[in-house]
Design a protein around this ligand. Structure first.
Ligand SMILES: Cc1cc2nc3c(=O)[nH]c(=O)nc-3n(C[C@H](O)[C@H](O)[C@H](O)COP(=O)(O)OP(=O)(O)OC[C@H]3O[C@@H](n4cnc5c(N)ncnc54)[C@H](O)[C@@H]3O)c2cc1C
Length: 470
């Protein structure tokens, strides 16, 4: 078999790892390899790692790090496997797959959740909603809590409860030298600072501890779909509305193509639409008054915004972004949303190369904006909007046109950008320095020097340690 690892590692060497870990080791010779090596983004799925270790616990993670280092293997770390840039796999690498470590323990009294490093948001929402509690999670329930939280974590409750990383109270981390350290407000506090937005640069997080908040089970949430010719007016109204909206509501605009769902009239399927999507963390009865101005923009194609279980809004987008799609995202933080930019975004919407080319405008502010700049590694706090071009396609021939279009969305906003970006929405590697800005980047480098001076954890938006350059 062409991929066999025996010539590289030797079965005897591998046996040493087999004797040490509890979890499954999958090599190219194993039947399960094709599935074990798969990540969410098919655009990066052609890669052939040397082996995948499906870790059963922190000890397996420690053993895997040590084995990779002793044998000169690149390490790829996988939580939910949703890295858009394809960071969670690489040719000839050892993939440390935490997905079996997905247990969630909730302490309803303390309003805390202790979550394994391989859990996805569906796992967390399931356990926390049993107590009508929640923390800010992803818009798609199959996204890993790990990569999501470590990069920041933009979700439907962020303006009320903060980003996911703002709710990260403590973490257990396997470091590059194989130690298991605890990071909290009073212990390794600088490491906790870096885990709140600095990505997977400092170690492998085996356990996350999140603050929880009362929410649901019913919330006022969902999308309103408008025709594309209302997009310009919707964005103008959204701009003014977003600046005044209370923290209870978090919303986004999605300039997209109507999916073929039974809730949307068939004549609209496959046509360009502008969606307003929101979730209120406040009383359900207050919901309609929060969105009155938005509803007045135009006659909707479908108005699905109303009372619904929180877990429904958390899974609503899952069918549109399934594992195996080819994807590319790009993003920038906006300082302002001018009329010119609105017009340009509307044009790009109408001229997109495929049905799954989406322009997202996330409403920021609220609790996100009240955290002091620099209090966490998350790059920026004051931007009113995060703009992203999110594309998905199935025909590999369509790769270039989709990537170019998503880049054009961000380029259109160059005069309105703060210059920074949310690292988890970037489909290209090597973007860390500009995304974080010089001040935060310098502090991240200093932390990297302390915890990973030889850049063992480099498959990420990489913070390059000074020691590795010297
Ligand atoms: C369909 C989809 C929807 C998304 N929706 C949102 C959204 O609503 N809001 C948002 O903010 N982002 C969203 N994202 C972006 C998402 O936050 C990032 O892709 C994130 O990296 C995914 O985390 P993961 O664990 O699933 O990814 P993985 O591919 O498993 O990991 C990505 C990287 O994170 C690091 N990492 C993963 N696990 C660990 C760990 N245990 N310890 C240390 N480092 C680790 C590694 O560097 C790894 O390379 C979405 C992405 C997709 C594909």
């Amino acid at each position: 078999m062409s991929h066999t690892i025996a010539p590289v590692l030797g079965e005897a060497t591998l046996q040493g790892l087999r004797d040490t870990v509890r979890g499954e080791i999958v090599t190219p010779d194993d039947e399960g390899y094709a599935e074990a090596r798969r990540i969410w983004n098919a655009a990066h799925d052609g890669r052939s790692p040397a082996l995948v270790v499906r870790c059963a616990g922190a000890a397996d993670v420690i053993a895997s790090v040590s084995f990779a280092r002793s044998n000169g293997l690149l390490i790829a770390v996988r939580g939910g496997g949703h890295s858009v840039a394809g960071f969670s796999t690489a040719d000839d690498a050892l993939v440390i797959d935490l997905s079996p470590m997905n247990d969630v323990r909730v302490d309803p009294e303390a309003r805390r959740a202790s979550v394994g490093g391989g859990a996805v948001w569906a796992d967390v929402d399931h356990e926390t909603q049993a107590h009508a509690l929640a923390t800010t999670g992803g818009l798609v329930s199959t996204t890993g809590i790990a990569g999501f939280t470590l990069g920041g974590g933009i979700g439907w409750t962020m303006r009320k409860f903060g980003l996911a990383c703002d709710n990260l109270m403590a973490a257990d981390v396997v470091t590059a030298d194989g130690r298991l350290v605890h990071a909290g407000e009073t212990e390794n506090a600088e490491l906790l600072w870096g885990l709140r937005g600095g990505g997977g640069n400092f170690g492998i997080v085996t356990r996350f501890e999140f603050d929880l908040h009362p929410l649901g089970p019913i919330v006022y949430a969902g999308p309103i779909f408008f025709p594309a010719d209302a997009a310009n007016e919707l964005l103008r109204v959204f701009r003014a509305w977003a600046a005044e909206a209370p923290d209870e509501i978090t919303a986004a605009i999605n300039l997209t193509t109507a999916p073929p769902l039974p809730v949307i009239a068939e004549e609209w399927h496959g046509r360009k639409v502008a969606a307003f999507v929101a979730t209120s963390s406040g009383p359900v009865d207050d919901g309609p008054s929060l969105v009155r101005e938005i509803r007045a923009v135009a006659e909707p194609i479908a108005d699905l915004l109303g009372p619904m279980p929180y877990h429904v809004i958390q899974t609503l987008l899952d069918p549109l972004w399934q594992k195996g799609i080819h994807a590319y995202f790009n993003a920038t933080n906006l300082a302002r949303l001018e009329d010119d930019l609105i017009s340009r975004l509307c044009e790009l919407h109408l001229t997109s190369p495929g049905p799954q080319c989406e322009i997202h405008l996330h409403q920021m502010g609220g609790a996100v904006g009240r955290v002091a700049e620099g209090a966490t590694a998350f790059a920026e706090r004051s931007m009113p909007f995060v703009l992203s071009g999110a594309t998905g396609w199935h025909d590999p021939e369509a790769t270039a046109s989709h990537r170019e279009w998503a880049r054009a969305v961000v380029a259109a906003a160059s005069a309105s950008s703060t210059g920074r970006a949310y690292v988890n929405f970037l489909g290209d590697a090597d973007a860390a320095r500009s995304a974080y800005g010089e001040e935060t980047y310098a502090r991240l480098v200093s932390l990297k020097n302390d915890y990973d001076p030889t850049n063992v954890f480099r498959l990420n938006q990489n913070i390059e340690p000074s020691a590795a350059i010297a």
